[in-house]
Ligand binder design. Structure first.
Ligand code: CA
Length: 236
């Protein structure tokens, strides 16, 4: 998942970048409203963290311009304490959520996770695809309940596919959402990561759709034989 942070306070911007990076996101930073507007207008982000008080173009104007141009990515506003009217105008301008400065980083991360999930149509923090589960709040993946260890890059890839399961996702789209602006992108590396991911979660989940990309879906066939489940008595 790729996040745009528009924040003119360099310390806060770096803190956000570091925390988001630790949480498995790739991050682009913009230090003023003009650059932020341009990036949000031209690059595909999974969510934006937007400060309201920005140089050159203020955050509210940036948000209004994106929405008018049909840019629909989730936007989390950073607002100043006590300025309740900012929140109202922010929501009216198309914001999805806000946090008040000074904030706890954990709250920003939790709100961001929720926005990204909901934008992809998932209400629960645990995403599942058949026996494969991804806990977005803890960053854990399990197969039939057993933990699967993934590298940061593999996790990012799986997370994007899980959020967009049953949809065909092109290599270009994956590249755009898994690498930041500054990264030297090579869509061939996506194939390498898909290959590694298949080895770890099993080959059936990620289908290659020739000429189009990949689709993550639960295998439809009943896997019989190996490892028959004992005492599976789901009430459902
Ligand atoms: Ca500011």
């Amino acid at each position: 998942m790729r996040i745009l942070v528009v924040e003119d306070d360099p310390d806060l911007a770096r803190q956000l970048e570091a925390a988001l990076g630790d949480a498995g996101y790739v991050v682009d930073l913009a230090a003023d409203g003009e650059e932020g507007h341009f990036l949000g207008d031209t690059e595909p982000y999974d969510a934006v963290i937007l400060d309201l008080g920005l140089p050159v173009i203020d955050g509210l104007t940036v948000l209004e311009r994106w929405r008018r141009a049909g840019r629909s990515m989730p936007v989390l506003l950073l607002t100043a304490r006590g300025r309740w009217s900012e929140k109202v105008t922010g929501f009216d301008a198309g914001a999805d959520d806000y946090v008040t400065k000074p904030f706890q980083m954990e709250e920003v991360l939790a709100r961001l996770r929720a926005l990204i999930r909901r934008a992809a149509g998932h209400a629960s923090s645990e995403l599942s695809c058949g026996p494969l589960t991804l806990d977005t709040s803890r960053g854990r993946v399990a197969l039939d309940g057993a933990p699967v260890k993934l590298t940061a890059q593999e996790f990012r890839l799986l997370s994007y596919l899980m959020h967009h399961q049953d949809q065909v996702v092109s290599r270009t789209e994956l590249t755009e959402h898994l690498y930041s602006q500054d990264f030297d992108r090579d869509s061939n590396t996506i194939e390498v990561f898909v290959g590694r991911l298949r080895k770890k979660i099993g080959g059936d989940f990620i289908e290659t759709v020739r000429g189009l990309g990949y689709r993550l879906a639960a295998a439809e066939k009943d896997a019989e034989g190996a490892g028959a489940k004992e005492g599976a008595q789901d009430a459902s």
